[in-house]
Write a protein that binds this ligand. Structure first.
Ligand SMILES: [Fe+2]
Ligand SMILES: [Fe+2]
Length: 243
């Protein structure tokens, strides 16, 4: 058993956050399928919804495996719920492009970055469902790439533009910044060289959203000091080596 008793609750809280993110992704993809203008998009989104539902079960299982006596409140959930409210509003307004930005681009980008960062810690602690997590990561990459492709296509067709999406994007990014700040608090150790991850993390947001040299919410210093609780993680052992 490599997970120490005092690690169970923080790890479980992190997994609870990821599980709720998967549920949000499922609900969003289901609604997006109804908004999507082309059959191919609808098929992809319905497939994504099925996968997200499965992902939630994976995390739920990992939480049950950890079974901490006291999970405690997860401070990451309130900003995630506010994020959901913004997406719900975009869905009600039929703003397909904004849902792509919020779900596949920003939220899935953050999720993918977190998953890559924590994977080694989970592996080392022999947290269950290792192979499933790797499959999950591949699927998340596909969802994220789909969002990029669809938005680029919408830009090319003149259906929307970066200028139109940027103001709303700031609201979503402000909420992810809240989540990222809380993640920092959740993790105990601070990496020695957080700047080493900047370039990897930045690639999860498109250039038009993060102009060169600008510090977006997700790219703030809080994001860059994420590391696994209690681990002696070095800059060579996390995200940079997994790509
Ligand atoms: Fe997922
Ligand atoms: Fe996803």
């Amino acid at each position: 058993m490599l997970v120490y008793p005092d690690e169970r609750a923080p790890i479980a809280r992190l997994l609870r956050f990821l599980e709720q993110g998967e549920r949000l992704a499922h609900d969003c993809a289901t609604a997006q399928a109804a908004l999507a203008p082309e059959p191919g998009m609808r098929r992809f989104l319905l497939g994504q919804a099925r996968q997200e539902s499965y992902h939630a079960v994976v995390f739920q299982g990992a939480i049950a495996w950890l079974a901490p006596r006291h999970l405690g409140a997860c401070p990451l959930l309130p900003p995630l719920e506010r994020y959901r409210a913004l997406i719900d509003q975009a869905i009600r307004q039929g703003n397909f492009a904004e849902t792509l930005l919020a779900e596949q681009i920003i939220l899935e980008g953050l999720g993918e970055a977190i998953l890559r960062r924590i994977e080694e810690g989970l592996e080392r602690r022999k947290v269950a469902f290792g192979r499933l997590r790797r499959i999950l990561l591949c699927q998340e990459e596909a969802h994220h790439a789909f969002g990029h492709r669809m938005l680029e296509r919408a830009f090319a067709r003149g259906e929307t533009s970066p200028e139109a999406l940027r103001p709303r994007a700031q609201e979503y990014l402000a909420l992810t910044e809240e989540m990222v700040t809380m993640l920092r608090d959740l993790f105990e150790s601070i990496d020695e060289d957080p700047s080493a991850y900047a370039s990897d993390a930045r690639r999860y947001l498109p250039d038009w959203l993060v102009p060169a040299g600008a510090n977006s919410a997700v790219m703030s210093s809080e994001f860059l000091v994420l590391s696994w609780p209690g681990s002696a993680t070095t800059k060579n052992s996390t995200l940079t080596t997994q790509n």
